[in-house]
Design a protein around this ligand. Structure first.
Ligand SMILES: [Zn+2]
Length: 474
């Protein structure tokens, strides 16, 4: 049986190889010449569509707020964009490069130039050339104007027309676009192309790489890296970039006609950035982001948070306390007019009116959150800093306002620090107090207490009582 299967596979591979030669005879002798598809939109339309989609994307996806990482990805991106062959340069396009704090090995670009590279992609690549390969592929979709070319073919015209404000809104305007982007984990909207377009992006991507001083074979290598690491799963590159049958062979074939002196393979910068990203702990997956996009990394999902609007009146904390057993190892007492929410690795205790949902995201204005963070470092101070950095990923306005102080929690030595934030639901300044200690397995246990700055004093006593009541058994 096994032998039969293998024979069959060999036969298919051989057949594909034959096809490749007959379908694209020109490339046997020289670089493949690519031409534009017909397009009823102007390059200015690409720019406008891309800008609007980018605004939606940036509301839906957590961008990595790390200037060092972003600067590096921008450097590689602009180097590639500068290497686009003249016939595919559009002076009005504005290439920009941002990193999404998501685990899936993926990247996408919007018409006119905005590109988003997932953190998971940078972490998965084995060298700078592999990362650059995927970016060159994405830049090629933009330069070839694939988004609007595809729309020209008809099936998505209504949506684009709605966004551009031309014609009737057949499928809805920007709100419809946002829903599609959020609901389908990005990658599907402008972004899912035919295999023909994928092949073009591979070929032009190879040419751009060579012109920028990279080895185009690193693009093929990156596809293998993606496949090895399960990039075909939903949210991964292969789900939004269907693989042409002879993808790698086709890239390697093109590479034969692209001469690069001393190509850039790996760089110190790449290794430094990759190490830094790995130090951040695990990023959420695209589907986790689409489901919740929570404000704090509560890891356990938030399906039981009621959909009321935060920002209403919140009662004073009761002076009567109620005890809970949570997380399998935590006993804690909280005011008896607070309720418990969350599950798995994260639990909240909040007063009525101190929580709610904004655009499907759980938002808290008052309360305490307990959870576990798996650190990269065995050092508690470093682990706490890494945890704060991970919080800052989802909270642009989060700032450390004090240094670390010694704290005790359940008789263990720990650290405490105060941060300030602007609540995304109410726009009010809030005080966030973080207390951490280590569990026996090295995980970081944390308590986060949050209240608006104007009410911080009212809640201080309750927060201190809760902290003192904590008993850990792990
Ligand atoms: Zn693609």
């Amino acid at each position: 049986m096994i032998r039969n299967k293998n024979q069959k596979a060999h036969a298919i591979v051989a057949w594909l190889a034959v096809c490749a030669i007959f379908v694209m005879p020109v490339s046997v002798f020289s670089q493949t010449k690519i031409v534009y598809h017909s397009n009823r939109y102007s390059p200015q339309d690409d720019l406008k569509l891309g800008r609007q989609a980018a605004a939606e994307v940036e509301q839906q996806l957590p961008l990595l707020r790390d200037n060092e990482v972003t600067d590096y990805v921008e450097r590689v991106g602009h180097r590639l964009a500068a290497a686009i062959p003249p016939e595919f340069q559009h002076p009005e396009f504005q290439y920009s490069f941002k990193v999404v704090n998501a685990k899936d090995i993926n990247a996408f670009a919007l018409p006119g130039g905005p590109m988003y590279v997932n953190r998971g992609m940078i972490e998965a690549a084995r060298r700078e050339g592999e990362m650059a390969g995927v970016m060159a592929h994405e830049i090629s979709h933009v330069a070839l104007r694939h988004g609007t070319a595809q729309a020209t073919k008809g099936q998505k015209y209504g949506l684009l027309a709605g966004i551009l404000g031309i014609g009737g809104q057949i499928l809805g305007g920007p709100a419809g676009a946002a829903a599609q982007i959020a609901g389908q984990g990005v990658g599907v909207y402008f972004l899912k192309f035919s295999r023909e377009y994928e092949t073009e992006a591979d070929i032009l991507g190879s040419q751009i790489m060579a012109r920028a001083g990279y080895d185009p074979r690193d693009l093929a290598a990156m596809f293998q890296t993606i496949e090895r690491q399960g990039g075909g799963s939903s949210g991964g590159f292969m789900s939004s970039h269907p693989s042409p049958a002879n993808r790698n062979a086709r890239i390697l074939q093109e590479a034969q006609y692209l001469r690069v002196q001393n190509p850039v393979g790996n760089t110190r910068d790449f290794e430094r950035i990759q190490a830094k990203l790995r130090g951040y702990g695990t990023a959420p997956t695209m589907s986790e982001i689409a489901r919740s996009g929570q404000r704090y990394p509560t890891e356990g999902g938030d399906r039981n948070y009621p959909a009321n609007t935060p920002g209403g009146r919140v009662e004073y904390p009761s002076t009567r306390y109620r005890s809970y057993n949570e997380l399998g190892f935590l006993t804690v007492s909280v005011p008896d007019n607070w309720r418990q929410m969350g599950e798995n690795n994260s639990v909240w205790f909040v007063p009525e009116g101190g929580y709610g949902q904004v655009q499907g995201r759980a938002v808290f204005t008052h309360g305490v959150n307990f959870g576990v963070f798996r650190p990269q470092s065995p050092d508690m101070r470093q682990a706490t800093q890494d945890f704060i950095n991970s919080l800052a990923q989802g909270n642009n306005n989060l700032r450390e306002s004090t240094g670390f102080q010694r704290a005790y929690i359940s008789g263990r030595s720990g650290l405490s620090t105060t941060l300030s934030n602007v609540n995304e639901a109410t726009g009010e300044r809030e005080v966030v107090t973080l207390v951490t200690t280590q569990l026996q397995n090295g995980d970081l246990f944390y308590m986060i207490a949050v209240a608006p700055q104007s009410e911080a004093r009212t809640f201080t006593t309750a927060f201190n009582n809760i902290l003192r009541s904590v008993r850990l058994n792990a």
